[in-house]
Design a protein around this ligand. Structure first.
Ligand code: SF4
Length: 341
């Protein structure tokens, strides 16, 4: 094995799994949380419709509501819980209860005791700072939680939130705090189509403030947005390189039921990527991506009951196995085509 393959634990890209094992000496599992937030794209501040692809669960359909697990697999349990939560938001409980429920799903699975509390649903810095402090500290105080990852928007990071994050970083030096920002695309026309609601200068401003506060950032991108060519997606990856984030999520576009994107899809306004086309684009995106950036996701899998298309993406194991074997056959790896300027 080469030094790179060893560092990346045999994978052709620097996965979150490899990062955690290299950095913390153990694997970390995520517990997805719904902290009962909303979002300026939904509460009328910017819009009431949400991003065109966003589900009723605020892109947090894997959050873990409280309940007794009795299904055969962990994935099934999380999916079942997500569907329940989407139907009945009152079934969700406090962050503390959700963490306990999330941990109980792993009990007896010999996965160790290192978990990331992932504030996933909606915009997780969009609330009074006192409430944010309560929910973040509930997670950070838990002995099995090694850090928190907060999904939010760059236009929802006012100075009081930045101060809170900096203070928590000082108060919990042995734990990490990551921020996840939904870039999705660098192209203005696509950003307008998906109703993202902020421009690139807003994102770069948030990135520089987070960098100054020494808070690692994970950028989310979507591959396969309607109207985007492969070249457009490669430009987004080059933009990500320029931002120098800690991590990136390369998420396949999912069409979820009951979204405006689903209406567009059903009337034939666009087609989703085939698995072959997606893998070709994804592999080149990885080749273009800086080898320093940790890859937190390379496909994503929508909740089974909510995903309208592409259905091939539901077999995540097959997608990942095919990706890895194809990259091996092509001798492709993350950063192979990366040009640092
Ligand atoms: S910003 Fe996030 S939570 Fe808000 S509508 Fe868009 S995807 Fe959904």
């Amino acid at each position: 094995m080469s030094g790179r393959e060893e560092l990346w634990l045999g994978k052709p890209y620097y996965s979150l799994d490899a990062y955690c094992k290299n950095t913390f000496r153990h694997k970390c599992y995520k517990i997805a949380l719904d902290a009962h937030m909303t979002c300026p794209n939904r509460d009328g501040t910017l819009d009431t419709r949400g991003c065109i692809f966003c589900s009723r669960g605020g892109s947090g359909d894997f959050a873990v509501p409280v309940g007794k697990p009795n299904l055969s697999s962990l994935d099934d349990q999380i999916r079942k819980n997500a569907a329940t939560a989407a139907r009945d938001p009152t079934s969700l409980s406090s962050v503390d209860d959700q963490i306990k429920a999330g941990l109980s799903l792993f009990r007896g699975k010999r996965v160790g005791n290192h978990f990331i509390a992932y504030f996933q649903a909606y915009t997780n810095t969009y609330a009074p700072v006192e409430y944010l402090e309560t929910i973040y500290t509930q997670a950070l105080d838990h002995p099995d939680i090694c850090g928190i990852s907060i999904a939010t928007r760059p236009d929802c990071l006012p100075e009081e939130v930045m101060s809170l994050l900096s203070r928590l970083k000082r108060e919990y030096p042995e734990k990490f705090i990551w921020i996840e920002l939904g870039l999705q695309t660098m192209h203005d026309r696509s950003a307008a189509y998906i109703r993202r609601g902020y421009d690139l200068p807003c994102l770069t401003d948030a990135l520089s403030r987070l960098k100054k506060a020494d808070i690692p950032v994970i950028l989310h991108t979507i591959l396969g947005l309607p109207g985007e060519t492969a070249k457009d997606m490669y430009q987004t990856i080059r933009f990500v390189n320029d931002c120098r984030p800690f991590g990136v999520k390369l998420q396949l576009l999912h069409v979820l039921k009951d979204t405006d994107l689903a209406k567009e899809y059903e009337k034939g306004a666009f087609q989703v990527l085939t698995m072959d086309a997606y893998l070709d684009i994804l592999i080149h995106c990885l080749e273009l991506l800086s080898p320093e950036i940790v890859v937190h996701r390379v496909t994503g899998d929508g909740p089974k009951g909510l995903t309208l298309a592409p259905l091939w993406s539901l077999d995540k194991r097959n997608v990942l196995n095919t990706l890895h074997s194809r990259m091996k056959a092509l001798d492709a790896w993350q950063g192979k085509e990366y040009r640092h300027v």
